[in-house]
Design a protein around this ligand. Structure first.
Ligand SMILES: [Zn+2]
Ligand SMILES: [Zn+2]
Length: 421
C-alpha cells in the first residue's frame, strides 16, 4: 500500500519554506510594531462553539466542518477559523480589556474546512489573524485594517484593493432588514432556493450568494450604507479619516456584508483580480456582539484574518522572487577518512561561534561536493588535506564569489564571522 496525503492537504516541503518565512517575517514585524501578543489555541474545540459563533446557517457550519465524536461521545470540530476560539479563551481566562488597556492578540496556524479543493484552496490551510478587543472607537478598526494592508504591501502583493463597508448596528439594521426583505420578497421567485430560504431567516446573507442570477437581482437592492443611524455613520466616517492618516488606500464597497447578528459596523476585504474566484486574500470586521453572545460581558472587538496560501499563490502568480534561505554557512570537506577527526574539531569550533557547519563524506568526489554547495546555497567550503593539517593554514572558498583565501586555524571563526555579516 502506498500512502498519500489526504485530499485537500499538502506538505510544505523544506524547499518551499522560504516563501513562508518571507511572509511570516513581515507579519512578525507588524505585530511587534503595533504591539500585538500571540495566543496559541487548540486545533479542535466543542462543535457548539463554532455552531454558535460562526452561525448555524453558514456554509461553514452546514457543510464544511470536520466534526468528530471522541470516546466519551462528545462532539468536537476541527477549527474552521480562529476568532471563535479567541473569544472563548478571552471569556474563559477572564481577560479584561478597556479602551485604556485593550487586549491586542494575534494567532497563526492551520484551519480546516471540508470544501472542494482547488488552486489556492485546501482542506487544511493556514490563517493568520489579529484581534483588537475592548475598544469601540474607529481608530481600532483603522489599525486592524492598516496592519493587513501594510503586510500585503510590504510582501509586494501587486494590485491589492482594499474594500470597506459598514453593516450598521442592532438599532439601524432592524429597519434596514425590513426594507431589504420587502425588496427581496417582491422578487422572491427570481432568486435561487438557498436565497429564498435565507431571505426569511437572514436577508443580509443573500448578498453572499455566488449565483450570477441572484447577484443581478440585487443590483438595485437597498444598501445598508444608505440606512446607517447617526452613530454608525459617524463611526464609519472616523474609520475613513483614520485610514487616511495611516496612509491606507481604500474603496467603499456596499456589497461587503457579514451575515451574522454579532457583526457590527466596519467590514472589509483585501482583494486581487488575478486569481479567478480566489479573489479575497483576507478580511474582517467589527464584532461587538460576539463575546457577549458566547456568554461573556458586552465587549467591543474588531479583527481580521488572512489566508497564507492565497497570499503565496498571488505572489507566485505575480512572479515575485522569494528570497533564498542560506541554511549552511560552511561545508567542511575532508579529503580522506583519516582527516575526519580534524573535521569534527573544526565543526565544533564553528558551532561554538554559532556558524552552521556540516561535514562532507570523505569518499565523495570533490566535484559532487561542490555541486552540493551550489544546490544548497552554501556560503563557504573548507577542504582538509595533508598540507592543511601540517601548516594549519586552510583554504576557505567563497562559493558564490568563486574566490578563496588562506586562513590560519585559529582565525577561522573570526574570518567567517566577518564575511557572513
Ligand atoms: Zn447604527
Ligand atoms: Zn442565490
Amino acid at each position: 500500500m502506498k500512502f498519500q496525503a489526504p485530499r485537500g492537504t499538502y506538505d510544505i516541503l523544506p524547499k518551499e519554506m522560504n516563501k513562508w518565512y518571507y511572509i511570516e517575517k513581515i507579519i512578525k514585524k507588524y505585530v511587534k510594531l503595533f504591539n500585538y501578543r500571540e495566543i496559541r489555541l487548540p486545533i479542535f474545540e466543542y462543535k457548539d462553539l463554532f455552531q454558535r459563533s460562526v452561525g448555524d446557517d453558514s456554509d461553514i457550519v452546514e457543510k464544511e466542518m470536520y466534526v468528530f465524536e471522541d470516546k466519551n461521545e462528545r462532539l468536537f470540530a476541527l477549527r474552521p477559523e480562529g476568532t471563535a476560539s479567541v473569544a472563548r479563551s478571552y471569556i474563559e481566562n477572564s481577560m479584561i480589556s478597556s479602551k485604556r488597556d485593550p487586549k491586542k492578540i494575534f494567532y497563526y496556524g492551520p484551519m480546516f474546512r471540508y470544501s472542494r479543493p482547488q488552486k489556492g484552496r485546501y482542506r487544511q490551510f493556514y490563517q493568520f489573524g489579529i484581534e483588537y478587543i475592548g475598544d469601540e472607537s474607529a481608530y481600532a478598526d483603522a489599525e486592524i485594517i492598516t496592519m493587513g494592508w501594510k503586510i500585503l504591501q510590504e510582501a509586494q502583493v501587486p494590485d491589492v484593493s482594499l474594500e470597506i463597508n459598514s453593516v450598521g448596528c442592532k438599532k439601524c439594521r432592524k429597519d434596514y432588514h425590513k426594507k431589504l426583505q420587502e425588496f427581496l420578497f417582491a422578487r422572491e421567485n427570481k432568486f435561487c432556493p438557498n436565497c429564498q430560504r435565507r431571505m426569511k431567516t437572514n436577508p443580509l446573507r443573500v448578498f453572499d450568494c455566488k449565483n450570477y442570477v441572484c447577484q443581478e437581482q440585487l443590483e438595485n437592492a437597498p444598501q445598508m450604507l444608505d440606512n446607517l443611524c447617526e452613530d454608525c455613520e459617524k463611526h464609519f466616517d472616523e474609520v475613513q479619516e483614520n485610514l487616511k492618516k495611516l496612509n491606507v488606500d481604500y474603496e467603499i464597497n456596499p456589497r461587503i456584508v457579514r451575515g451574522l447578528d454579532y457583526y457590527t459596523r466596519t467590514a472589509f476585504e483585501y482583494k486581487i483580480n488575478y486569481l479567478g474566484a480566489q479573489d479575497a486574500l483576507g478580511g474582517g470586521g467589527r464584532y461587538d456582539g460576539l463575546i457577549e453572545y458566547l456568554g461573556g460581558k458586552n465587549t467591543p472587538a474588531v479583527g481580521l484574518s488572512m489566508g497564507m496560501e492565497r497570499i503565496i499563490l498571488a505572489l507566485e502568480e505575480a512572479g515575485v522572487e522569494f528570497p533564498q534561505i542560506n541554511t549552511l554557512d560552511v561545508f567542511i570537506i575532508p579529503m580522506d577518512k583519516k582527516y575526519d577527526d580534524k573535521a569534527i574539531e573544526i565543526m565544533n569550533k564553528l558551532h561554538d561561534s554559532e556558524i552552521s557547519a556540516q561535514i562532507a563524506d570523505a569518499n565523495t568526489s570533490m566535484g559532487s561536493n561542490f555541486k552540493f554547495c551550489d544546490r544548497n546555497n552554501v556560503k563557504f567550503a573548507i577542504v582538509i588535506g595533508e598540507n592543511e593539517i601540517k601548516s594549519e593554514e586552510y583554504a576557505v572558498k567563497n562559493i558564490s564569489k568563486h574566490k578563496q583565501e588562506s586562513v590560519h586555524l585559529d582565525k577561522l571563526t573570526d574570518y567567517i564571522n566577518s564575511k557572513i555579516e
